[in-house]
Design a protein around this ligand. Sequence first.
Ligand code: COA
Length: 336
Amino acid sequence: MQNSYKPLRIAGMGYSVPETIITNDDLTKLYDTSDEWIYTRTGIKERRIVSGNESAVDLGFIASQKAIEKAGMKVEDIDCIIAAASAPPQLYPSLACNIQARFGMANHVPAFDMTAACSGLIYSLQVARGLIGSGLYKNILLVAADNNSRLVDWNDRGTSILFGDGAGAMVVTEAEDGIDDVLSLDIRADGSIGQYIYMNMPGKNCPLVEPCDEVDSTIHMAGRDVYKFVVTTLPDFIDECIEESGMSADDIDYLIPHQANQRIIEAMQARLKYPDEKVISNIEYYGNTSAASIPIALVEGVEKGKIKLNSTALLCGFGAGMTWGAAVIRLREGIC
Ligand code: COA
């Protein structure tokens, strides 16, 4: 990024998860599986899921309220909302518009969704970096929220074991002290392997023309392909991101990876030669909450004393698309 760009400050963060817990043992009521099978292959013991009419909008709204409060701002200070949602409860109005409405924000605040699946928080941070850097907007609310439990096929034991629901939010603003909290950030995509994880929109052709194939609209995933892709592609990409930050891997205090599979997290940890205390994992309790997983792990890590602020962190995510991204960021005192 050019020096003339305005630096960005991460001002506040928050998260929200549903109350309802579904354990691996609970899943044995749905299909032939076991706690042992799920835990050894994924590191997941339980996940939170929405119930009744609760949705990603409710979770995203609560996470956003917390992030705005931690940023020391008022709702009126926010001048743009970007929501990173894989599959929001409504395609339109967008998740961001739903959250804008819930806050009762003024209509000069643009609100839009940005789909990069589980890489969404890092993607939206890059978009916000451009918008703040160019001076177009000052205080941007980034909100990642998904209710994956409504999108998985609960007969598919290979996929439904992995996902959980949750939301994370981050308020970013122009850094008036001139210190940029994003030391490096890169995002990538490869649509040619989009079939690794996909979700179709339902729909039928006009009855006056030849019908299209019927599709189902649950999450489909080729788990092994995703796994192989991630462990072969991400390590070099992360190395480049670290180099770009001007820091060494050892100098970075924490690795906060997308919580998709404990074995993938451990592969990254081994590559970086990080001790356990530098690696933030809470997949055991939440499963994969899509783009919300990084902010949930970050804020919860601070709350549980695993992360000390006034530090630096390497974030890395990957998801459907395939998309992936990494960032080295500064975690200032008081952000959560
Ligand atoms: N319980 C018991 N058995 C299961 C099962 C479950 N929940 N899910 C699948 N199996 C069975 C399969 O039917 C298969 O049986 P078979 O050999 O008789 O056909 C066997 O276990 C192996 O299945 P496979 O899908 O090859 O397992 P795996 O070792 O690859 O593990 C994942 C599956 C999903 C845990 C693993 O591939 C994974 O985590 N991949 C990464 C996915 C990811 O990160 N996605 C998120 C992207 S954002």
